[in-house]
Design a protein around this ligand. Sequence first.
Ligand SMILES: [Zn+2]
Length: 131
Amino acid sequence: MNLRIGQGIDFHRLERGKKLWLGGINIPSEKGCIAHSDGDVLLHAVCDALLGAAGSEDIGHHFPDTSKEFKGIDSKILLSRTYEVISKKGYSVVNLDCTICLEKPKIAPYIQSIKNTISKLIYTNTTYGSL
Ligand SMILES: [Zn+2]
């Protein structure tokens, strides 16, 4: 068994009036992330962890924030595309362990929805949207 472990981390500044996306779920909040994409820090960190474990370039290489193609993009598409990258290299995901550092809003009510969304994207290899 060729078991690899990846680690991803992501930060975005918050701004009042922006939507907050975490794990593919829109969470009601006064503030959301400033980003080129939808700013889903959790999915970005997962993408980087998967890419790193597979020995691939990072998320910025695959989905550059200088590209109009990724302006405002749903990060679920980025994770789906990331899964395609690692799948082509012969890898799959066994387990994800994620930590979100956020004082508010409380995200506990959304954790199961986040798990379901990520699971659909990577464990069932469902392609989400298209670029
Ligand atoms: Zn990010």
